[in-house]
Design a protein around this ligand. Structure first.
Ligand SMILES: N[C@@H](CCC(=O)N[C@@H](CS)C(=O)NCC(=O)O)C(=O)O
Length: 242
């Protein structure tokens, strides 16, 4: 049986896994998990990932969570082109270094901006907390500045001279706030040029297809009708953004 991927393309790490699998012709069965319906909190999915988060992978009886681990597993299992995750030790270490850094420097703060601007107000019915949004944007700024003024001054991609997992994972993360009106590329010209290079390397159609859901859905139309699920989602969001 093909590898099963549990994804919601609303989620950046899910889009990274989806784009990687599609770009590399990796056969997979898509198992949609709709976050806005609370499907990630249902017992069936908690058997796949007890943390209740997507993406997740099932390969036979092997279960795996965390986008970076999933991308590395797929790259090894399907022996994808070396530029994604180089075999040369120092180039490989550069990708590892970046992947370790991005989790707290990019993924978390970018997702928090999106949750504060879009999902929490949608589910709670409360207006956007402007002061909180500004504080969350402020947490992302030093990382964007580092990428624009240091990393991309030295090379065309984030870890090596070619596109790697580092670029893929960061593109999808930066698209999340951008999709809801916080354009992270506007003030950073090298980052904007890098985005164009990454999209060209991945294929603009594939990038667009993967981002269709988040770019079109300012309001999650498939939001849950069940007030208990809404309450559960709001609680999780508030705890995360505290
Ligand atoms: N570090 C994880 C992040 C996973 C994650 O936080 N996924 C989010 C969607 S982007 C999720 O499932 N959230 C649901 C929740 O926490 O309620 C990864 O890279 O895979």
């Amino acid at each position: 049986m093909a590898v099963e991927l549990f994804l919601d393309l609303y989620s950046p790490p899910c889009r990274a896994v989806y784009i990687f699998a599609r770009k590399n012709g990796i056969p997979f069965e898509l198992r949609p998990v709709v976050l806005t319906l609370g499907e990630h909190l249902k017992p069936e999915f908690l058997k796949v990932n007890p943390l209740g988060k997507v993406p997740a992978l099932r390969d036979g009886d092997f279960l795996l969570a965390e986008s970076v681990a999933i991308l590395l597993y797929l790259s090894r299992k399907f022996q994808t082109a070396a530029h994604w995750y180089p075999t040369e030790p120092q180039a490989c270490a550069r990708v590892d270094e970046y992947l370790a850094w991005q989790h707290t420097a990019i993924q978390q703060p970018a997702a928090n901006v999106f949750l504060c601007k879009c999902l929490l107000p949608y589910f709670s019915g409360q207006p956007v907390d402007a002061a909180k949004l500004e504080r969350l944007m402020g947490k992302l700024t030093p990382s964007l500045q580092h990428l624009d003024r240091v990393v991309l001054m030295a090379k065309p991609f984030l870890a090596t001279e070619q596109i790697s997992l580092a670029d893929l994972i960061t593109l999808v993360d930066l698209m999340q706030p951008t999709a809801v009106g916080c354009d992270l590329f506007r003030d950073w010209p090298r980052l904007a040029a890098w985005r164009a290079r990454v999209e060209a390397a991945l294929g603009p159609e594939l990038v667009q297809e993967a981002h269709k859901r988040v770019l079109q859905l300012r309001d999650p139309q498939d939001a849950p009708r069940d007030p208990q699920v809404v309450q559960q989602l709001v609680k999780r969001l508030q705890e995360r953004l505290r």
